[in-house]
Write a protein of this length. Structure first.
Length: 209
């Protein structure tokens, strides 16, 4: 068989492998991504959140602009399987655009926490994915590359990835499923995410109080 025919014969298998990999990644991220809404609100077009690791209570990380401004305002979160739980805003940092939610009670079947990576290890050109609920489409995945990783005191990850209303608070992740950012906005055509290590430091500060 010629080299050209061999390449053509192998291309579908390679494509299928990549497709399967992305589908599996999307499923893993959906399990740790929740919808976030104020109590009584519809879940169409709401923000997202990430089930965050903690040695104590069950917590969710999201953007400050997704949740009410007052501490103690009541929210409800819903996982990909439809399990719902009431949650309280325990801390909100508008400057870093982060908010930490604590679940009042963990429902049966609630997923385990996400795996958190280090955005400082990213390199320009690295492939990443974003998952959220843009325009009410639950668990939608978008695909792009890192434009710039955090350096020094920079808290932001910049990626050429499509975001829309409903992606806020959802994960930016590498192809191995490590969450490296919390998506928050589009600026000059780039997706902007809070670096995961910044969010993790915020969580540790809050839980240590």
């Amino acid at each position: 068989m010629s080299a050209a025919l061999l390449a053509a014969a192998e291309a579908p298998a390679a494509g299928t492998s990549l497709t399967s990999e992305l589908q599996g990644l999307a499923e893993r991220l959906r399990r740790v991504t929740v919808r976030v809404a104020t109590t009584g609100a519809r879940f169409d077009g709401v923000g997202a959140g990430i089930i965050w690791p903690s040695s104590g209570q069950s917590i969710v990380m999201t953007n400050a602009h997704v949740v009410p401004r007052r501490r103690g305002d009541q929210l409800v979160v819903e996982d990909d399987a439809g399990n719902r739980a009431d949650a309280d805003v325990v801390a909100r940092d508008a400057e870093r655009d982060l908010a930490l939610l604590a679940l009042d009670a963990v429902p049966n079947g609630w997923p385990t926490a996400a795996f958190i990576g280090d955005a400082r290890a990213l390199r320009a050109g690295e492939i990443v994915v974003a998952l959220g609920h843009p325009f009410g489409v639950g668990g939608a995945l978008s695909f792009g590359i890192i434009h710039a990783a955090p350096k020094g005191d920079d808290s932001w990850v910049r990626a050429d990835v499509r975001l829309a209303p409903g992606n806020s608070g959802g994960p930016l992740a590498t192809l191995d499923g490590a969450i490296v950012g919390i998506n928050c906005m589009i600026a000059r055509g780039l997706g902007i995410a809070v670096a995961a290590h910044v969010a993790d430091r915020f969580a540790l500060e809050v839980l240590a109080r």
